[in-house]
Ligand binder design. Structure first.
Ligand code: FAD
Ligand code: NA
Length: 388
């Protein structure tokens, strides 16, 4: 085996570690992925018939307020000035999201000022004042009042969890953002945009270093040059796969939600006029529709066709892609036990979304990889500090 460091998983976490170790420390790094491509869930490709870039594992919007992460990612790609906006189609009418004064005034057929709208929502939320919400349904009503909750949140959340919100724990939501102005930008980070030449070009530039060897279609738990049994104890390993799988599910399975995406190419220029339309009513089984051409209005895409994806959400079973941690109290108990086991693996560091059982946006995955590099990897290779 010819490597100083083995990175399991070529998502943004793993690639950031590999890039830093190769570029700054001159280490030889092997990056393994069991998929046929690098980039983890941020991977994108051009749909074959239309040439429209589609994000294979669900729409990915880049945004950050972290100066260091912004400076770092700009070494590999330029960003467009795309600003994400979402709309929602409720009972045959389209409203702006997240819930803002435009949504509220359209919904109540009114022209309230911010102060008037705040007073109305406070009054409606007062329905359950003084009670301790025992489920997500009551919590939602207490946060934004029954009318807005039932229109825009109740069934949407029910579809996301395949569970009636009356049977979901209240802690799933701590707040429901309502904006008492007409701002409907989805993110309010300092920086936002999409990679000018697409995600895959960005990702490939991160891995494009003579010291980085990318090994695809290869599972760390299979035998082979870079498999666990060959590398453990030989060189440090950065593991970004599922933490429960690493320990053979010894403490039980951590639970995840996954999504199914149904792609359709339509022989029209524009299906919905925006990149994401939510479907918050019970009559549609999907939660939202993505139309990928709208992520890049600056590109000269065909006018003869468009690509849409309907998104369905469900609990993940073994073999499904784990996407969002469910994070029940049993999950949190298991996670603590896995963290103890992980501490005992002296030459392995666990990172990323799957390795820490934490939902991480791209900028968070990159930021946390840069910290792990600074605090553990660089000190280990330059000063002999323990990895742990
Ligand atoms: P991943 O990208 O999941 O990469 C992990 C890699 O490890 C995978 O490629 C996997 O194949 C590989 N692997 C696992 N086990 C093994 C093994 N045993 N052997 C070899 N390889 C293995 N972020 C945003 O900032 N904006 C968004 O809009 C956004 N939307 C998202 C939508 C969805 C549906 C999901 C799931 C995530 C979204 N994210 C978004 C988050 C973004 O995808 C993550 O930040 C990123 O995936 C984290 O990177 P990671 O490297 O931790 O994990
Ligand atoms: Na460890």
């Amino acid at each position: 085996m010819n490597a100083d460091l083995v990175v399991v998983g070529s998502g943004f976490f793993g690639l950031t570690i590999a890039e830093r170790a190769a570029t700054e420390l001159g280490l030889k790094v092997a990056v393994l992925d069991r998929r046929h491509h690098i980039g983890g869930n941020a991977y994108s490709e051009n749909e074959a018939k239309t040439g429209i870039e589609v994000h294979r594992y669900g729409a990915h919007l880049f945004h950050t307020s972290n100066e260091r992460v912004w400076e770092y990612v700009n070494r590999f790609t330029k960003f467009t000035n795309y600003q994400h906006k979402v709309y929602t189609s409720h009972k045959g009418e389209v409203y702006p999201m997240p819930i803002n004064l435009g949504t509220i005034n359209q919904f109540f057929r009114s022209a309230m000022s911010p102060t008037e709208a705040k007073a109305l929502i406070a009054e409606q939320a007062g329905e359950l004042a003084g009670t301790d919400p025992q489920n997500l349904n009551d919590k939602g009503i207490q946060l934004i009042g029954r009318p807005l909750y039932e229109a825009f949140i109740k069934h949407y959340t029910g579809k996301q969890w395949q569970t009636d919100p009356k049977d979901l724990p209240a802690e799933i939501i701590s707040r429901l953002p309502v904006r008492y102005n007409y701002d409907n930008r989805y993110f309010n980070d300092t920086y936002e945009g999409l990679p000018v030449d697409g995600y895959t070009a960005w990702i490939e530039r991160m891995a494009d270093h003579p010291n980085i060897e990318v090994v695809l279609n290869t599972d760390f738990f299979d035998d082979g040059e870079f498999g666990r049994s060959s590398v453990l104890g030989q060189v440090p390993v950065i593991y970004t796969g599922p933490v429960d799988r690493y320990f053979d599910y010894a403490e039980g399975d951590l639970s995840w939600r996954t999504i199914d995406l149904e792609e359709e190419v339509l022989p029209i220029e524009d299906f919905q006029g925006c990149s994401v339309m939510n479907y918050p009513d019970a009559d549609a089984a999907f939660t939202r529709i993505h139309e990928f051409r709208h992520f890049h209005p600056e590109r000269d895409y065909t006018k003869d066709a468009t690509v849409i994806m309907r998104e369905f959400s469900r609990f993940a079973e073994k073999g499904d892609e784990p996407y969002y941690p469910v994070n029940t109290s049993e999950d949190r108990q298991k996670l603590l036990a896995y963290r103890d086991l992980a501490k005992g693996e002296k030459s392995v560091l666990f990172g990323g979304r799957l390795g820490t059982y934490k939902y991480l946006d791209m900028h968070m995955a990159i930021g946390s990889a840069l910290s792990m590099y600074d605090n553990k990897i660089k000190p280990h290779f330059t000063g002999g500090a323990k990895l742990e």
